[in-house]
Design a protein around this ligand. Structure first.
Ligand SMILES: [Mg+2]
Length: 234
């Protein structure tokens, strides 16, 4: 419905008016150009057990929490290497234009990640992105070990480590439409609960399969352009 309305406006060359809208972004492979967590596990695991866990998770045999717990158990990375790894992560260049546009409009986007808070926070900080609300899993370092925690795990929806949907759903009457930008499996639930979804990769395939409306994107510059050209925020 929402996308129909937006597309009708686009065809008439008239932007859609949006009031009190909320914007949510996934992190890995959405704000970044790679899957940071997968790269960390791939590069720093002491064995290949992570492959079987990944496979079990992809086939829905275990949840993401169990998968991440098992995979991180085998990761060894000291502080210096961890800092180096985080400093080398590249963002999708379009994020700066998108965040700057949202800031001009007084919209405060929220990052929802199945990665870990210190990881997301430090990567964004390294790129000068501060004062942005982030919800993610917890992580502590102990020597060269990484110990995860899952404060947003929802036992009613055990397939995800972080139940992103809980942040998206709101029963406040004064809140407007939800715009969601993502790429992966952990974005399925929140995308289903959003009014307008920008999707790529696995998320786009999923939404296509269930014949849900969404806007396909390849990079965040396209998303920023869409916001600038076709949405008018009041
Ligand atoms: Mg992702």
């Amino acid at each position: 419905m929402f996308l129909d309305k937006l597309q009708a406006n686009v065809s008439e060359q008239y932007p859609l008016l949006l009031a009190n809208c909320r914007v949510f972004l996934d992190f890995d492979n959405t704000m970044t150009i790679s899957d940071v967590l997968s790269d960390l596990i791939l590069d720093h695991s002491i064995d290949k057990d992570w492959i079987e866990l990944e496979d079990l998770w992809r086939r829905g045999r275990i949840g993401a929490r169990e998968c991440l717990r098992g995979q991180l158990k085998k990761v060894r990375i000291g502080k210096k290497d961890f800092d180096q790894f985080l400093s080398e992560v590249k963002l999708d260049e379009g994020i700066f234009e998108l965040l700057s546009f949202l800031d001009q409009k007084g919209i405060k986007p929220v990052v929802l990640s199945d990665n870990f808070l210190p990881v997301v926070d430090r990567i964004l900080d390294h790129h000068g992105i501060r004062d942005i609300k982030i919800y993610a899993n917890g992580l502590r370092s102990f020597g060269d070990r990484l110990i995860p925690s899952f404060p947003y795990y929802n036992p009613q929806c055990p397939s995800c480590a972080h139940c992103k949907k809980t942040h998206v759903v709101s029963d406040r009457a004064d809140e407007g439409p939800v715009i969601y930008i993502g790429d992966g499996r952990s974005d399925f639930c929140p995308a289903n609960a959003s009014d307008l979804v920008f999707a790529k990769d696995t998320l786009a395939e999923y939404l296509e399969q269930k014949e849900s409306d969404f806007l396909r994107y390849e990079n965040l510059k396209e998303v920023a352009d869409y916001f600038k050209n076709w949405m008018y925020f009041i």
